[in-house]
Design a protein around this ligand. Structure first.
Ligand SMILES: *[C@@H]1O[C@H](CO)[C@@H](O)[C@H](O)[C@H]1NC(C)=O
Ligand SMILES: *[C@@H]1O[C@H](CO)[C@@H](O)[C@H](O)[C@H]1NC(C)=O
Ligand SMILES: *[C@@H]1O[C@H](CO)[C@@H](O)[C@H](O)[C@H]1NC(C)=O
Ligand SMILES: *[C@@H]1O[C@H](CO)[C@@H](O)[C@H](O)[C@H]1NC(C)=O
Length: 220
């Protein structure tokens, strides 16, 4: 009696475990960051590109075979004549928001050598200029200057998902589908997502990131 009870319990546990692993392996399991979100329509051929104000978009950006490539030099000018911010070449992804639960998804690539740079940000906040920044320093992917999200990120494609829950004032960052960090946001504002290269402290002379399959998603 005891024997048959525990073996059926084992069979039950094994079948639950098997379902869980199958879901995870197929990429649509219960822990996928996009579960419960709807992808909003985006036309990536018409993205607004922020780039040094004295240059053409094509001097710092290309879009070939679905890959957005953005680069900037440490000595470049800011994105606007009236701006005193550091040089950047960034996609400002359409979709401004000030409430709700929003998500950025993109596949990113940072070539070896790019350092001291923000590669993705949630623009707008009340107590800071930004709600969140994902940066690269010496090969590590970081949230602002710390903590480290991935110790070595160069020269490979990675999946980045960033969820901003405005009501709960929380930001969650996922790399390759794995939750790496949940932190407080920096207060109410009109927000939008940027990705590309925006120079920070200890910047390398040349900075580049590449992006594909950029999505904006919203929890419905
Ligand atoms: C996307 O934008 C490009 C450039 O503005 C335009 O030529 C194209 O027709 C747009 N595509 C769609 C599906 O709206
Ligand atoms: C979205 O926000 C940016 C500031 O980040 C602003 O310049 C732009 O006009 C806004 N777009 C819309 C459609 O409200
Ligand atoms: C990255 O570049 C540096 C300097 O050029 C080189 O020494 C290093 O081996 C490179 N690392 C990888 C993983 O390619
Ligand atoms: C990155 O490396 C440079 C040169 O070795 C060093 O000066 C700098 O402090 C490092 N930055 C970080 C954030 O580790």
């Amino acid at each position: 009696m005891k024997m048959s009870y525990s073996s059926s319990l084992f069979a039950l546990h094994f079948s639950v475990l098997l379902q869980f692993c199958t879901h995870r392996a197929m990429g649509w399991g219960p822990t996928d960051p996009t579960d419960g979100f709807v992808s909003l329509p985006l036309n990536s051929s018409s993205f607004l590109i922020l780039k040094p104000y004295d240059l053409l978009v094509s001097d710092r950006y290309s879009f070939i075979d679905g890959v957005h490539r953005l680069w900037v030099f440490a000595t470049d000018k800011p994105h606007a004549l009236t701006s005193i911010t550091a040089p950047r070449t960034e996609i400002r992804v359409p979709g401004n928001y000030s409430s709700g639960v929003w998500q950025f998804e993109g596949y990113g690539f940072v070539p070896n050598g790019t350092s001291g740079v923000c590669i993705m940000q949630i623009f707008g906040a009340s107590t800071h200029a930004t709600t969140a920044m994902v940066r690269v320093y010496n090969g590590s992917l970081t949230y602002y200057r710390s903590p480290v999200l991935v110790p070595y990120i160069y020269d490979r494609w990675f999946r980045l998902n960033v969820i901003h829950d405005v009501g709960r004032k929380k930001v969650s960052i996922f790399i390759d589908g794995v939750l790496k960090l949940t932190v407080d946001d920096h207060g109410a504002a009109s927000h939008n997502f940027h990705c590309g290269v925006y120079a920070q402290n200890d910047r390398s002379y040349y900075m580049e990131s590449r992006w594909k399959d950029i999505k904006v998603l919203k929890k419905m």
